[in-house]
Design a protein around this ligand. Structure first.
Ligand code: ATP
Ligand code: MG
Length: 141
């Protein structure tokens, strides 16, 4: 196991619902170090660039519109095995399938409005961290 960084986002549905503080608290309680964090509102093109791997999927346009509907909170989390551990804490994409105690089980309202994002591999994390943060914005470097 090695120290890793992953890109997390508290998505607009969770920010609008006032759940950002509760989600951040779970992140801290799980032992992640928050090394960068900001609140932004993405344009459609910002979201489309971020989710470019999904551009051929039927839900792509709807997903990009959803991600622009309000502010979101991207952050960089650091921990041993951070990528998998953050995905475990998030739970399954579809909240109906998410395990008890996961963030999506407790805060997601649909397969699209599912409260949080997490990188799915080391290469993805590197791209996604660089998409939102410069090296100067990463604390503990
Ligand atoms: P994320 O990448 O946001 O962490 P994920 O890796 O669990 O989520 P992906 O398959 O990468 O899931 O899908 C990216 C996002 O697209 C999902 O989090 C969700 O918001 C949306 N999405 C996925 N599948 C669907 C679907 N069938 N219908 C609508 N939206 C979907
Ligand atoms: Mg994904």
């Amino acid at each position: 196991m090695s120290v890793e960084r992953t890109l997390a986002i508290i998505k607009p549905d969770a920010v609008t619902a006032g759940a950002a503080g509760k989600i951040l608290s779970r992140i801290e309680q799980a032992g992640f170090k928050v090394v960068a964090l900001k609140m932004i509102q993405m344009s459609f093109d910002d979201a489309a660039g971020f989710y470019a791997v999904h551009r051929e999927r039927p839900f792509f346009k709807s997903l990009c519109t959803f991600m622009t509907q309000g502010p979101c909170i991207p952050m960089v989390l650091e921990a041993d095995d951070a990528i998998q551990r953050w995905r475990d804490l998030m739970g399954a994409t579809d909240p109906v399938k998410a395990a008890a105690g996961t963030i999506r089980k407790d805060f997601a309202t649909s397969i699209e409005a599912n409260a949080v994002h997490g990188s799915d591999a080391a290469a993805t994390a590197a791209f996604e961290i660089g998409y939102f943060f410069s090296s100067l914005e990463l604390c503990g470097r």
